[in-house]
Design a protein around this ligand. Sequence first.
Ligand code: GDP
Ligand code: MG
Length: 440
Amino acid sequence: SLSDKLQNVFKNLRGKGRLSEADVKASLKEVKMALLEADVSFKVVKQFIKSVEERAIGADVMNSLTPGQQVVKIVHEELISLMGSETTELKLKNPSDVTVLMMMGLQGAGKTTTAAKLAGKLKSKGRKVLLVACDVYRPAAIKQLQVNGEKQGVEVFTMGENQKPVNIAKGAYEYARKNNFNVVILDTAGRLHVDEDMMEELQQIKENLHVDQALLTVDAMTGQDAVNVATVFNDKIGIDGVILTKLDGDTRGGAALSVKAVTGKPILYIGMGEKLSDLEQFYPDRMASRILGMGDVLTLIEKAQETVDEEKAKAMTQKLKKAQFGFDDYLESMNQMKKMGGLSSVLAMMPGLGSQMKDIENAIDEKKMARTEAIILSMTPKERSNPEILNPSRKHRIARGAGVDIAEVNRLVKQFEQMRKMMKQMPGMMGMGGKRGKKG
Ligand code: GDP
Ligand code: MG
């Protein structure tokens, strides 16, 4: 699936401590292929990759703490923006007024099911909802709405199958006014393909009734076709929002990504199953995380950015360059890492650091930190900034002062050397790097 493919690309990216422009370009090429295979429209993909590339190939990202992570974050942000950034709520009039919602879409897209799902949702928000059977072409369609309406405890208005849909809609509106309903949901008839009769019918309803929201239902499993259908409906009838159904079965994910970009109209809800409770509000950020399959990792990246102290990091880099990194700095960087907490699991993904990360994680354990602190505080300032002078007799004195075994002092010294070496190898590690690319 799209999610699997993207996760693979990103796993490779994250595995690299340093990224070259070529690395980023190669990865983005794979992202592009994955999106095209997921049936995202070509124009959308091209623009998307361009935006990501412009942001990813910059000094901020390349020199950052974890360049691979930064690229993932940029992709995530651009996915969100592609889907419209913000959640769009269904617009309803004041409850003292009647809001008319018109469901439209091809046959089998999920109009009838979604109408009933939506009716239940609005009912639970205190609305008095009337479902209206405007699909007069199949007797089964009326029955289907009645069955679903009953399940939801929502009244269904019908005039049988010998009336024109526009007349049924008008009749329903009058009935709603008289009986204090404040939402009317018109379930219209679809066709197998976009066809003139269907458009004509919808047009008539729109001309004769004040339709507040024309809602297009499209089947996510049809990928780019869903987006093409949305474009035609938008041009011919005008749509206010899209409901993307059968997302539970969609393995490609293309429609969710292109609808807004191509039609300019937002996705309001997503259908996640056949049950009448399977209708969810659409959140661009959640969808992006779902597509990337990495909500947790993104949270960790954000956390790291929030906790790393830019100024201190710079000062330490300077010290490191001048080989002035001492035990005080060690203590401070340990505290820094403790603050970052879960970040170590992200850093652990970096090559060659797996085992060392475990040592460090061990070292920042609460109890051990207290002992480490005690040992370091038992050193003289001179010893702290010149670890080289630590001979056995000094170590004995320190151990006595801290109330620990000499073996523990030796272990700390060894860990300190290890960390110093690691930082020299990787100046971008542990908040000791240059820019962290706060804005991505
Ligand atoms: P209509 O012709 O547009 O009115 O479509 P229907 O509401 O009759 O739905 C067609 C089929 O799609 C039915 O079998 C529904 O149960 C199914 N369906 C609708 N929405 C969803 C969804 O979100 N997920 C799944 N898996 N099936 C859905
Ligand atoms: Mg139907």
